[in-house]
Design a protein around this ligand. Structure first.
Ligand code: KPL
Length: 341
């Protein structure tokens, strides 16, 4: 099988010096699918991201074996980005700390970041779900916060392997459109991402897009987690499409009540979800990946968040409620089984 291997970063970085005008100091926290994907494409564009993991064993493994970016067939590259644990990370002037951890890990991560989030540093989030940005702002109220949403389809195919299953748009915007430092940081990040093959666009008001992503995740993730189907397989089943439709209509109704303008008719919303299913057809959704690994899922921050808001705003979100209960029971069963081993 043919492949390209990029050896030790220093040499590669020197040869790319002229390509990258201003080399930002970027830390990616969390070597999950999106963390590894971002690290790989940033590295390949000549940037020098540091990938951070809490697990020293995994840091040693990936540092030794390299990180593989697989794009189907023989199209794969092996890269060797710098990798460290949070404790090993020097606390000097980073431009961006990109949070690619699971949404439920944010709360406990915040105090551990205090040492490395200094003056001039912007925090970037790329989580699934809704409302998690308040957890970050609650802790770092004076640090610029940049919100990102991506529909890139990526799956971890091994500890040091990420499979890039499909392209999808990536949008970047400030937490507060009136905050100049956040606006500037968001623009800077868009420039950096556009040096890679991840196409990104700036959005002054990112919230409707975060809601669109919520809609997509609500309509794909639990269905794939429960059926163990890949994203693209949903569209071949009329029953699942009907179920998906109900989820979509509930999230649309809720967004209207909350006052976020998704600017989508029912048909357009269905079209958006179908499009993501098709573009990421070979992807195992993040929720299915979690269920298969026996890990906690993000259901509470996706359909579960819709259920909570539905209660608050008096919107019927019964289908989201049912899917939330089923996914929670499924992960509980998985956890209970592991505990009894
Ligand atoms: O974001 C995703 C996820 O799996 O969490 C989608 C867009 C559904 C791609 O798999």
């Amino acid at each position: 099988m043919e492949y390209t291997e990029f050896e030790s970063s220093t040499k590669h970085i020197e040869t790319c010096q002229d390509i990258v005008k201003k080399k930002a100091k970027i830390i990616i926290i969390g070597p999950g699918a999106i963390g590894c994907l971002l690290t790989s494409y940033l590295f390949l564009s000549g940037a020098d991201p540091i990938l951070v993991d809490y697990d020293p064993g995994r840091v040693t493994h990936i540092s030794k074996k390299g990180l593989w970016l697989e794009r189907g067939g023989s199209n794969r590259v092996c890269i060797r980005p710098r990798m460290m644990t949070l404790a090993e990370l020097p606390d000097d002037g980073y431009d961006f700390v990109v949070l690619c951890v699971k949404t439920y890990s944010l709360e406990s991560l915040m105090p551990r970041l205090e040492r490395i989030v200094g003056h001039g540093c912007a925090l970037v989030t790329i989580q699934n779900g809704i409302g998690y940005w308040e957890t970050i702002k609650g802790h770092f109220k004076d640090t610029p916060l940049v919100l990102c949403t991506t529909s890139q389809g990526a799956t971890k195919s091994g500890v040091n392997r990420v499979f890039h299953a499909g392209e999808g748009p990536t949008f970047v915007g400030p937490y507060g459109a009136g905050d100049l430092r956040e606006v500037e940081a968001a623009h800077h990040l868009v420039e950096i991402l556009n040096e890679t093959s991840i196409e990104a666009a700036y959005k002054e008001d990112i919230y409707p897009l975060l809601w669109r992503k919520l809609l997509v995740n609500c309509a794909i993730n639990p269905i794939t987690a429960l059926t163990r189907l890949k994203n693209g397989e949903i569209v071949r089943d009329q029953g699942l499409l009907a179920l998906q439709r109900k989820v979509i209509y509930e999230v649309l109704a809720l967004s209207r009540e909350v006052g976020v303008n998704l600017d989508l008719t029912r048909d357009e919303a269905e079209g958006l979800v179908l499009d993501v299913c098709k573009k990421t057809r070979d992807n195992t959704s993040s929720m299915l990946q979690d269920v298969l690994k026996g890990s906690q899922t993000e259901i509470d921050y996706i359909n579960g968040a819709v259920v909570e808001m539905g209660k608050r705003y008096g919107v019927d979100v019964e289908t989201n409620q049912i899917l939330t209960s089923l996914v929670k029971a499924l992960s509980k069963k998985h956890i209970d089984k592991t505990q009894s081993l």
